[in-house]
Write a protein that binds this ligand. Structure first.
Ligand code: NAD
Length: 367
């Protein structure tokens, strides 16, 4: 009998993150109860215009006169916006946050929590996964810095499948690929452990069974439920172990060429996995099973095509001369990766991602 338990090493560190999670359909009805449980009587509701109706309904449920709202969050958490929100928190005597939205809204809530230690209830509406991490990226004068602090980890996360039904198909695709990237890189993290690897495989399997279905019917509730479940697990992966080439490359590309976050992840992931493939044969085998494809990198590339997300960095604003610049930047800041960073391989990876070509998985590593 084959041993299917994969314990990479009997020596590892696993630390669980203490967020309470409520998952299901219509779970936003639990916000008031959770606010009471956390002792929040004057919440600040953070949301984008697209979620005004839901924010209003939650405010009505809690008691309109108790609630303060803020709708000006921006991508990459500019400190200036945080300071505006902090002024509101102080003036209104806010004692907790209710954040409804994607990574940008969650980022603002975390930035406020970092400075005030106020409790947070987060209702995610994308698959970015920030709600499950003690990580915060902030931008000051155009420079993004990232920190880890237990203070920014939300106390409660309420996953309500209903809140994702209107996430447009393309956004669902890029956001889902962003989540898959967290799970894939968790498998070969420097500090990987068998618990997080099991969650990562479960997350990837959930997305493999749902993203294409969402591409065909954005309101497919079963597929939406699976994708949100996958996003939760992927967020845990991101928050628990370190990332590698793929995340660093996306961070570099985003910073150097101002590329959109989730789109860059969707485009680069198949190529980053193909690059690492020779160094991670056992992980490629597990991915092959989860994605039901002999070449996991190709499977991810095909998923982006099936759901209609961009496949080329050129499509999202990267200039052609950026290819060499990105290679230089990637080589200038060495970091952990299962395969050492090599100029030729990186040039091929970024060149293919720029042009939207299929990933170049070495033939002897596909399963
Ligand atoms: P986002 O929050 O910026 O949202 C993108 C767009 O989608 C916005 O216009 C928003 O209004 C819209 N939107 C969100 N949910 C929607 C829905 N259900 N229906 C219709 N429209 C909807 O995008 P994101 O990808 O979720 O987050 C990206 C940000 O999160 C980046 O700044 C990234 O750095 C950060 N992030 C942080 C972490 C972390 O652990 N700190 C993890 C992942 C992402």
């Amino acid at each position: 009998m084959t041993d299917t338990t994969t314990v990479p090493s009997m020596s590892f560190i696993y630390e669980s993150l203490p967020t309470r999670v409520i998952f299901g359909d219509g779970t936003r009805a639990k916000v008031k109860e959770e606010a009471q449980r956390l002792g929040i009587s004057r919440p600040l509701i953070l949301h984008n215009p697209v979620h005004t109706v839901i924010a209003e309904a939650i405010a009505e449920d809690i008691g309109r006169h108790r609630v303060v709202t803020f709708g000006d969050a921006q991508m990459h958490t500019p400190v200036q916006v945080t300071e505006e929100a902090l002024a509101l928190v102080a003036d209104a005597g806010v004692d907790g946050m209710i954040a409804i939205g994607g990574g940008s809204i969650t980022g603002l809530s975390k930035a406020i929590a970092l400075r005030t230690d106020l409790p947070q209830i987060v209702l995610p509406t994308t698959y970015a996964g920030s709600e499950m991490t003690p990580i915060l990226g902030e931008t000051r004068d155009g420079i993004k810095t990232t920190l880890r602090s237990p203070k920014v980890l939300p106390e409660t996360v309420i996953y309500d499948v209903d809140l994702t039904l209107d996430l447009p198909k393309t956004l669902s695709g890029v956001s889902g690929m962003n989540a898959i990237a967290h799970a894939v890189e968790a498998l070969y993290a420097k500090d990987a452990n068998p618990i997080i690897s099991a969650l990562a495989i479960e997350s990837i399997r959930a997305f493999a069974q749902s993203l294409s279905a969402i591409g065909s019917n954005a309101h497919d509730r079963t597929a939406r439920g699976k994708a949100l479940y996958g996003a939760w697990l992927a967020g845990v992966c991101l928050g628990s172990v370190g990332m590698a080439l793929h995340h660093k490359l996306c961070h570099t590309l985003g910073g150097a060429f101002n590329l959109p976050h989730a789109e860059s992840h969707a485009i680069v992931l198949p190529h980053a996995l193909a690059y690492n493939a020779p160094a991670i044969p056992e992980i490629m085998r597990r991915l092959s099973e989860a994605l039901n494809h002999p070449d996991p990198a190709q499977a991810l590339y095909e998923m982006t095509i099936a759901i209609g997300t961009p496949t080329a960095l050129s499509e999202i604003g990267m200039p052609e001369e950026g290819i060499d610049k990105a290679v230089e930047l990637a080589l200038a800041n060495p970091y952990w990766n299962p395969r050492p960073l090599e100029r030729r391989g990186l040039r091929d990876l970024i060149g293919r991602a720029y042009a939207g070509m299929p990933p170049n998985t070495p033939t002897d590593t596909a399963c």
